[in-house]
Design a protein around this ligand. Structure first.
Ligand code: GLN
Length: 556
C-alpha cells in the first residue's frame, strides 16, 4: 500500500532546528529543508518515502497556527480554547497532511502512521490524546487503529505487566481505546504474561503483540510478520484479498524478499570493517543517527559486520596529550588502526584541530576518508595548510577575523533577509568535466548530476580553488552555477572524498547512500567489486539522489 507517516512531538519548540544534538539526537533534514525530529528519518528509511516539514507536528507549531488565526480575527470574537480549537487544529492538520503523496507514484497515501511521542500522563500530550480520541470517533471503525506501545520489563527473571496495565488504564480513561498493545520486551513474552495483559487491559490475547529485542532492528519487520501482524491489520481495516492492485502486490513481495535476504543473513557475517568516527557529539550516539544508519546499510551491502569506533576529536589534539596522555594515545591508536576514518557534520570550532589531524592521517596513510559537511571543510583546510603552505588557513566559523579564510559564509539569500541563513534541503550537484576518473561518480552510476540534502552555512571560499586544485585537490562536483563546491576527491588515493551535503539523509536499507557505500567498501577492500556490481545492475536501478528516487525533479 502507499503509506505515509506523521510524527507528533508534544514539546513547545516549533521545529527541531534549534535543538542541541547532545540532548535530542540528530536534527533530521528533509528535502523541503524542514529540520525535524530524527524519527522522520526512520520513517523515510523504512518506508522509502519523502516526507515534508508538515509531517512533523509539535505543540509549538499548532499553537503558532491557532494564535495567528486568532490575531487575524478568524475566530470572530469567540473565546479560543484548547478544546475545541487546539484539538480541532490538530485533527485538521493530520487529515490534510496524511493526504500528501510521499512516494514516487505521486498517489495519495492509503494509510498514515501517526506516532504520538511522549508518555501517557504528560501534560503536553493531553490535547493530542484528546484530538486522536475525537479523530478515532469521526474516522469510524475500520479506518482507525490505535496501537499502544508499552514496555514490559523483566525484573529478577519475571516479566512485569503492571506498567502496561496502568498505562492502558490511563489512555482508556482519556477515551483512547487500544486496538493492539505492542509490548517492548527483552525476550519473548511468556504465554502467561500475554494472558495477564489481555485480561487486565480488556483485549483479546491476539491483540497483544510482543516486540522483543532482535539482533538488529532490520529484523523487526520479520518478527512482526511472525507475530501475525498482517492478518490483524487486514482484519482491522477490512482489507479484502483483491483490494490491492496486482502490480503493488508484486512490488511489495519483491521488496520483502530483498529485505529478508539482506537482513536475516546479517548475523552470519564474520568479517569486520572497522570505521573510526571522529566527532564532537560522541556521548550521545543518536546525534549521528543517520550517519550510523548509512554505515549499516553500506556494511550490509558489502556483507561485512560494522565495527564503529567512536573517537572524540578533542582527544586527538595536543592539549589532550598534555592534560590526559592516556586518552590522547588511545584515540590515536584507534584512528591509526581503523580501516576507514569518517568525520561527520558539526558546528563550532571545538575539536576541529583534532578532525584535521585525523584527515591528515587518512590522507598521508592512504586510509579511506569520508568528510561530510564540516568533515569536508576540515579536510580542505588541512590540505590548504599542508599542501599549499597556507599555514594559517581556517574557517570563518572558527575565526571571523582571520586572513586566510578558506571556508567562508556564502548565504544564498540577502544577509539582511529575516529568517534562517542556513542552506537547507535538496540542491543539485553537477559533476565537472574531467571528473570521469572519480570513484564517487562511478558509484552514482556515472550520473551527470545528483540531488542531495544540505544543512550548512559555510562553504569553500572560491578565491582559493585554483591554488588548491593546482596542489592536487579536485573539486569534482559544484552547484549549478559552479560557485559552490559540493564534492572534493583526491585522485591519487584509494578513497578520499568530502561532500558539502549530507548524503546520510537519503540512505535506504536497500539502496545505501553512495558516498557512504564507497567509503565502507573501500575500507573493507571491496570498492571495485561493489562499484562493478552497481554498474551491472543497470542504470535504471534506483539510486537515491539520482534516478527512481522520490525526490527526483523536486527542487525546494
Ligand atoms: N558548521 C558548518 C557550516 O555551517 C558545517 C555544518 C554541518 O556540518 N552540518 O557550514
Amino acid at each position: 500500500m502507499h503509506v505515509s507517516s506523521i510524527k507528533i512531538d508534544p514539546y513547545l519548540n516549533v521545529d527541531a532546528g534549534t535543538m542541541n544534538p547532545k540532548e535530542h539526537g540528530e536534527v533530521f533534514v528533509l528535502s523541503d529543508g524542514g529540520e525535524v525530529d530524527l524519527d522522520l528519518g526512520n520513517y523515510e528509511r523504512y518506508l522509502n518515502i519523502t516526507l515534508t516539514r508538515e509531517n512533523n507536528i509539535t505543540t509549538g507549531k499548532i499553537y503558532q497556527h491557532v494564535i495567528e488565526k486568532e490575531r487575524r480575527g478568524d475566530y470572530l470574537g469567540k473565546t479560543v480554547q484548547v478544546v475545541p480549537h487546539i484539538t480541532d487544529a490538530i485533527q485538521a492538520w493530520i487529515e490534510r497532511v496524511s493526504k500528501i503523496p510521499v512516494d514516487d507514484t505521486n498517489e495519495e497515501p492509503d494509510v498514515c502512521i501517526v506516532e504520538l511521542g511522549g508518555t501517557v500522563g504528560d501534560i503536553e500530550s493531553m490535547p493530542f490524546v484528546e484530538a486522536l480520541t475525537q479523530l478515532r470517533h469521526r474516522a469510524g471503525k475500520n479506518n482507525f487503529l490505535n496501537i499502544h506501545v508499552s514496555y514490559v520489563p523483566t525484573i529478577n527473571g519475571e516479566q512485569k505487566t503492571k506498567p502496561t496495565q496502568h498505562a492502558v488504564k490511563s489512555v482508556r480513561s482519556a477515551g483512547l481505546i487500544p486496538d493492539l498493545i505492542a509490548c517492548r520486551c527483552e525476550r519473548p513474552l511468556e504465554r502467561s504474561t500475554i494472558e495477564k495483559i489481555a485480561h487486565h487491559c480488556q483485549v483479546e490475547v491476539e491483540q497483544v503483540v510482543a516486540v522483543r529485542d532482535m539482533p538488529t532492528i532490520y529484523q523487526v519487520p520479520v518478527l512482526l510478520e511472525e507475530q501475525g501482524l498482517i492478518p490483524l491489520l487486514r482484519e482491522a481495516f477490512k482489507i479484502q484479498g483483491d483490494a490491492i492492485p496486482a502490480a503493488m502486490v508484486r512490488k511489495g513481495a519483491k521488496i520483502w524478499r530483498q529485505w529478508k535476504s539482506l537482513t536475516v543473513t546479517q548475523d552470519h557475517y564474520y568479517e569486520q570493517v572497522n570505521v573510526a568516527l571522529v566527532g564532537k557529539y560522541i556521548e550521545l550516539h543518536d546525534s549521528y543517527l543517520s550517519v550510523i544508519k548509512s554505515l549499516e546499510h553500506s556494511a550490509m551491502r558489502c556483507r561485512r559486520k560494522l565495527n564503529l569506533i567512536w573517537v572524540d576529536a578533542e582527544h586527538l589534539e595536543p592539549a589532550t596529550r598534555q592534560s590526559d596522555p592516556a586518552k590522547f594515545h588511545k584515540a590515536w591508536h584507534e584512528v591509526c588502526t581503523a580501516s576507514g576514518v569518517l568525520v561527520p557534520g558539526g558546528f563550532g570550532q571545538r575539536g576541529t584541530e583534532g578532525m584535521m589531524a585525523a584527515a591528515k592521517w587518512a590522507r598521508d596513510n592512504r586510509t579511506p576518508y569520508l568528510g561530510v559537511c564540516l568533515g569536508m571543510q576540515v579536510a580542505v583546510i588541512e590540505y590548504a595548510r599542508t599542501m599549499c603552505g597556507i599555514t594559517d588557513a581556517t574557517s570563518e566559523e572558527f575565526n571571523a577575523k582571520a586572513n586566510d579564510k578558506v571556508i567562508v559564509f556564502m548565504p544564498e539569500i540577502d544577509k539582511a533577509t529575516l529568517g534562517g541563513t542556513m542552506r537547507l534541503g535538496l540542491r543539485p550537484t553537477v559533476f565537472q568535466a574531467g571528473s570521469e576518473w572519480s570513484r564517487l561518480r562511478a558509484l552514482y552510476n556515472n550520473a551527470p548530476e545528483v540531488l542531495e540534502r544540505h544543512r550548512h552555512r559555510y562553504e569553500v571560499n572560491p578565491e582559493y580553488i585554483e591554488r588548491l586544485e593546482q596542489a592536487g585537490l579536485t573539486f569534482i562536483g559544484k552547484d549549478e552555477e559552479g560557485k559552490r563546491m559540493e564534492i572534493v576527491e583526491l585522485k591519487d588515493h584509494p578513497y578520499f572524498v568530502g561532500v558539502q551535503y549530507h548524503p546520510e539523509y537519503l540512505s535506504r536499507v536497500l539502496d545505501p547512500s553512495r558516498p557512504y557505500l564507497g567509503f565502507v567498501a573501500a575500507s573493507a577492500g571491496c570498492l571495485e567489486q561493489v562499484t562493478a556490481d552497481l554498474l551491472s545492475d543497470g542504470i535504471d536501478s534506483p539510486v537515491n539522489g539520482v534516478n527512481g528516487a522520490a525526490d527526483k525533479g523536486k527542487h525546494f
